[in-house]
Design a protein around this ligand. Structure first.
Ligand code: SAM
Length: 266
């Protein structure tokens, strides 16, 4: 994977190269004069770049990072009453929660803001490094500092992580799952929405391609059910059930829904 940087960010680029190499991603560094719109138009392949705002994923003339600072206004508007995710995950009870499919971490940022203590799991080395950088940068914002203090980022495959909880008889209040869903299989309405998906999601889909046997995350549900009082699965509104398991309860919104699986009383 190529990483582009301007001369003033050489040290930062080398740090990311080192970190990513430890996570199994070999990076070739390329110094460029300027990372401007023209540069991004000319370099359409999936790559990384570094500037004063940190690490970015780039492709097709676009660039993205899990921009947690840009979420601040959304966080300020959010409340336990107004957010469906808050009701689904019972955030009013300040649960201990594992988000086993981090992605850009936006759902977890909201859940931590509304009271959850979050363990955020991501297995993709580049995405994890982008998340780590987002968390580091959030510490310069007064509101976000308090929120990200409630998020522990873990670079792991959730299957292994949940299995280790089972082996050690550990429990959490909630496991939250939002695995990738093939764009092509979504209901027409959802596909229309996909045409306008933010470039963040478009680039995420390039990084986590759908060719062949995309991991739909079915195996996560039975594992999660063994360690959590409640498992909440986020799905596109018309998507099939995760692991073909009918939920105990659903909250349905315009574009997505939350399927809930409750632990039986022992
Ligand atoms: C649709 S995204 C999640 C979006 C996220 N809810 C958000 O708010 O940005 C799914 C993410 O889960 C990750 N993922 C899927 N299966 C995983 C597993 N077994 N272990 C760790 N991460 C996994 C993928 O790499 C991807 O980044």
């Amino acid at each position: 994977m190529q990483l582009f940087f301007a001369a003033s960010h050489l040290e930062s680029a080398q740090n990311f190269q080192q970190v990513l190499s430890e996570r199994g991603v070999e990076i070739d560094l390329y110094e460029v004069e300027q990372l401007n719109a023209r540069f991004f138009r000319q370099h359409t392949d999936l790559s990384l770049c570094v500037d004063e705002q940190g690490l970015w994923l780039c492709a097709n003339g676009m660039r993205m990072q899990p921009d947690w600072k840009a979420e601040v206004s959304r966080l300020k508007r959010a409340s336990i009453k107004s957010e469906m995710i808050a009701r689904a995950c019972q955030l009013s009870e300040a649960p201990k929660l594992i988000d086993a499919t981090a992605g850009l971490g936006h759902d977890s940022l909201l859940m931590a803001h509304l009271g959850a203590q979050v363990i955020l799991l991501e297995r993709h080395p580049i995405l994890f490094t982008l998340l780590e950088d987002a968390q580091r940068q959030s510490r310069t914002d007064a509101l976000l500092t308090k929120v990200v203090d409630r998020i522990e980022l873990v670079f792991a495959d959730s299957v292994d992580y949940l299995q280790s909880y089972i082996q050690h008889n550990k429990q959490v209040d909630v496991v939250y799952l939002d695995p990738m869903f093939p764009q092509r299989d979504q209901h027409q309405q959802a596909i229309k929405k996909q045409a306008q998906v933010k470039k963040q999601m478009q680039l995420l889909h390039l990084l986590l391609p759908e060719q062949g046997e995309m991991d739909l995350g079915d195996s996560l549900l039975p594992l999660a059910q063994q360690i959590a009082k409640r498992v909440i699965v986020k799905r596109p509104r018309h998507a099939v059930f995760l692991n073909e398991q009918a939920p105990d309860h659903q909250w349905i919104g315009d574009a997505c829904r939350f399927d809930a699986y409750f632990q039986l009383a022992l």
